[in-house]
Design a protein around this ligand. Structure first.
Ligand SMILES: [Zn+2]
Length: 182
């Protein structure tokens, strides 16, 4: 009798191991609050913002990234008072004030804006959420080498992005006009 070692030992290994394996790194915030799909699998993502590196990494906004960032950078380097007149909102005014201070201390406008890029991204996120059509989920960095990412979702992301661009463009036009009167 030597065939006694029980070969059934790992018969009941773990039948559920398959499915969720590759979702390990994605926290709850990476799931769409509208349809519950993972980011990248549905069409509700307005923007995915990497807060650590202050950059967009996905979403409808990603396709228009250059236009939006150009407008934002332009506004951030504008006169805070002109922004106020244009109705750009206290958050954007605040960033413009910080940028202005930086320039007065000798930074170039480009450098001054990049120093305050995290604030500028926060303003953008704030502007997107303002009208209540956008839902924010956050995925805090879990592993050390992970960045903190913020996801913004909406029923119609393209529309939200369009409206954002129109809004920013409107502010920019007003600010530029104010500048010409000097
Ligand atoms: Zn969705």
């Amino acid at each position: 009798m030597s065939a006694a070692q029980n070969p059934d030992d790992d018969l009941f290994d773990d039948p559920e191991e398959e499915e969720d394996d590759d979702e390990e790194g994605s926290a709850a915030g990476a799931r769409c609050p509208i349809c519950e799909m993972l980011a990248g699998e549905c069409d509700h993502l307005v923007a995915s913002i990497d807060l650590t590196y202050s950059e967009f990494i996905a979403g409808a906004l990603f396709a228009q990234e250059r236009v939006i960032l150009d407008l934002l950078e332009h506004l951030a380097a504008s006169d805070p008072d002109a922004l106020k007149v244009a109705g750009a909102g206290p958050a954007l005014e605040h960033v413009a004030t910080l940028v202005k201070d930086e320039i007065e201390e000798g930074a170039s406008p480009g450098d001054a804006v990049s120093i305050h890029y995290p604030q500028l991204m926060a303003v953008l996120s704030h502007m997107l959420q303002e009208d209540g059509q956008v839902t924010l989920t956050g995925t805090d960095a879990e592993a050390d080498d992970d960045s903190a990412v913020e996801n913004l979702w909406a029923q119609e992301p393209e529309l939200i992005v369009e409206q954002l661009i129109e809004r920013l463009q409107g502010f920019a036009d007003e600010v530029d006009e104010a500048g010409h009167e000097e």
